[in-house]
Design a protein around this ligand. Structure first.
Ligand code: 2P0
Length: 346
């Protein structure tokens, strides 16, 4: 019996304008548009292979070497859409194998440690959708496929692209216009770099889906955020990216992270994602920018305490000199690199 296979990778993305809130939880339709920067493909990514054969008996997923259920609703929603599209192709061309009727075997692996505290669902669902679409020989229109990945996890729709990506919230009730588009490819502004500061590798206390539902239901600040703050910022952040204007991009990124965490605090009961160490990172970044009298670094925090710092490559030495000096004062901290590798930073 023939086994058909296809593989792909999808990168992790970190939002610089945060998605937080659903207007339709079933279709994962957001209450605001969002923007992300996709971390370089080779650095942090999910590798997924999909296989299908008439002889397979059930849908199966192996995630990081462990067998997991493929029966959860979100995964099934994605697979149902993909099978539907494949079915259309099969009805137009009778010579195609009837893959839409067959079971799937999926193997997925992340190359980043869970301890990094990065949401793996975004890269995971993006890779799953693209791998199956390749297997089914569906047209590879990434925005179209991003609508399917969105149903798996909202932020997954942004991981279909590299570089700078916008998720347009759309207006339609059926979600047909809620999809991701690329603002700029990574090569168009390649100087942008990201560093992840792992503050804690403990699992977050409130899962995102649950947290955003609570915010939508209880926060007054949230209403202000989605009506008067984010729509304007969405336009301005896209402009800053198109103009490669780092200081403007950085300021909006920091403000949006703070605005998102403020709505978490304004939820009732409040949700705390950032902790005291995160706050020290926030202060440090503002001190570094004040020291250089220029915005050379931005922080952003997702649904957890770990910081992602964005900076331009030309400022890497300045930034890391500061960070290493500071870390050196932390009791028990050992540099992972030797003195030569640190270029005399410490
Ligand atoms: C984001 N986050 O824009 C925001 C910022 C976390 C903070 O998207 O319920 O896993 O699967 O649609 O995409 C995390 O939420 O939530 C997230 P679901 P998701 O990246």
């Amino acid at each position: 019996m023939t086994v058909y296979t296809a593989s792909t990778t999808a990168p992790v993305n970190i939002a610089t304008l945060k998605y937080w809130g659903k207007r339709d939880a079933n279709l994962n339709l957001p209450t605001n548009s969002s923007i992300s920067v996709t971390l370089a493909q080779d650095d942090l990514r999910t590798l997924t292979s999909a296989a299908t054969s008439e002889s397979f008996e059930k849908d199966t997923l192996w995630l990081n070497g462990k067998e997991e259920s493929l029966t959860n609703k979100r995964t099934q929603d994605c697979l149902q859409d993909l099978r539907g599209l494949r079915n259309q192709l099969e009805s137009q061309d009778a010579s195609l194998p009837k893959m839409s009727q067959w079971r799937l075997h999926i193997v997925s692996e992340n190359n980043f440690p869970t301890a990094a505290g990065l949401a793996s669902s975004a890269a995971g669902f993006a890779a799953l959708v693209v791998a199956v679409a390749k297997l089914y020989k569906l047209p590879q229109d990434m925005s179209e496929l991003s609508r399917i990945a969105r149903k798996g996890s909202g932020s997954a729709c942004r991981s279909l692209f590299g570089g700078y990506v916008a998720w347009e919230m759309g207006e339609a009730e059926d979600g047909l216009d809620s999809m991701a588009v690329q603002v700029l490819p990574q090569e168009a502004w390649p100087e942008m770099k990201a560093a992840i500061l792992v503050v804690s590798d403990v699992k977050k206390d409130t899962p995102s889906t649950q947290g955003m539902q609570l915010t939508v239901a209880t926060s007054d600040l949230f209403k202000e955020r989605i009506t008067s703050i984010v729509p304007k910022r969405f336009v301005e952040m896209k402009e800053a990216i198109e103009n490669r204007d780092f200081p403007r991009f950085a300021e909006m990124t920091m403000k949006d992270s703070n605005s998102f965490h403020a709505t978490c605090l304004d939820s009732y009961p409040p949700i705390f994602y950032i902790n005291d160490t995160s706050k020290k990172v926030i202060r440090l970044v503002h001190s570094i920018n004040a020291f250089f009298n220029e915005t050379i670094v931005a922080y952003t925090f997702d649904a957890g305490p770990n910081a992602v710092l964005y900076y331009l490559e030309k400022n890497e030495e300045k930034l890391f000199a500061f960070l290493y000096k500071l870390l050196h004062q932390v009791k028990g901290w050992e540099p992972k690199y030797n003195k030569e590798q640190l270029n005399g930073f410490i």
